[in-house]
Design a protein. Structure first.
Length: 297
């Protein structure tokens, strides 16, 4: 077995353990490369039967249209059950304050929608595409990451994971987040995509887009942000390393239109994809961890 074979085998084992240990697991889907790889892994894990996991998307309302179209095509192709819950509905139902500012991201508000959906459907495990190399708070996660009553994550309450033993026992009100590709790097994901010929949204490859140059980042011009006369708007070739809200995810200048060209760019980048492109992670040194303490993915 080569390196990618070993990572695939580990992820499939984790998905099967999740199916065995939990009554109502769900696979969280964003339309991005990592959750797309999870879909393909879950199909492999239970082949020739269909994947047993329903797919849930927490829709912020600020998504790239390319990601939404890809989501719908993917679940239809594989006959998966899709659940969509909208942050806009949560804002109304809970009287939440709509974010303000030039780039008003609803990213942090997703936690409310996710926790409501977990309660609505009785999910006891949520499978996500988080990886330890993405961000320092992600690096603290266990593969079976326990969440306390109310959905909060506490680093000090995480259980040891020895060898390939995963403890899914939970008390009433607790929940587990499962991260089958925790040990993968960004390059591992792309090498797997190349090997398995996995289709991705066009966002991940070079395309022409109008962007605002802001704090050394390229932010797509959209109806969700506030453009000003003084903004430096350019029309240029970009691609995305990660997919999130249009208001908090920056593009990178790129001419890479093939997987090999993308892999070459990543191999020569000194910055992780979230470090380079996710503005909400840079609000503070503990931006991601603060959100996770409130129930974030």
């Amino acid at each position: 077995m080569d390196h990618i074979d070993q990572l695939e085998a580990e992820a499939i084992y984790i998905l099967r353990e999740t199916a065995a240990q939990f009554k109502k697991p769900v696979l969280l889907f964003s339309g991005g490369k990592d959750s797309t790889v999870l879909i393909y892994l879950s199909i492999k894990a239970f082949y020739p039967a269909k994947s047993i996991f329903p797919v849930m998307h927490v829709d912020t309302g600020h998504n790239f249209i390319e990601a939404l179209e890809f989501r719908d095509q993917l679940v239809e192709r594989f006959g998966l059950k899709l659940i969509v819950r909208k942050v806009s509905d949560t804002i109304i139902n809970k009287g939440l304050v709509e974010p303000q500012g030039k780039f008003p991201s609803r990213n942090a508000l997703q936690s409310h929608t996710l926790l409501d959906a977990i309660q609505e459907f009785g999910f006891d495990a949520c499978i996500g595409g988080g990886r330890r190399d993405e961000e320092k708070a992600r690096a603290k996660e266990r593969i079976f990451s326990i969440r306390e009553n109310g959905g909060g994550w506490q680093p000090y309450s995480q259980r040891p994971e020895l060898w390939d033993l995963y403890n899914g026992r939970i008390n009433e009100g607790q929940n587990i987040r499962v991260f089958p590709i925790s040990n993968w790097s960004e390059l591992d994901v792309w090498n797997y995509i190349r090997r398995e010929k996995i289709e991705l949204p066009s966002l991940y490859f070079s395309h022409n887009r109008k962007c605002i140059r802001y704090n050394n980042r390229l932010i797509a011009v959209s109806n969700y942000m506030i453009a000003e006369d003084t903004d430096d708007i350019i029309d240029t070739h970009v691609r995305y390393r990660t997919v999130g809200d249009m208001t908090c995810t920056a593009a990178v200048a790129s001419t890479a239109i093939t997987i090999d060209e993308v892999i070459n760019e990543i191999a020569n980048s000194p910055i992780s994809e979230r470090g380079e492109t996710r503005m909400d992670d840079n609000i503070s040194d503990a931006g991601m961890e603060d959100r996770k303490l409130k129930g974030y993915f």
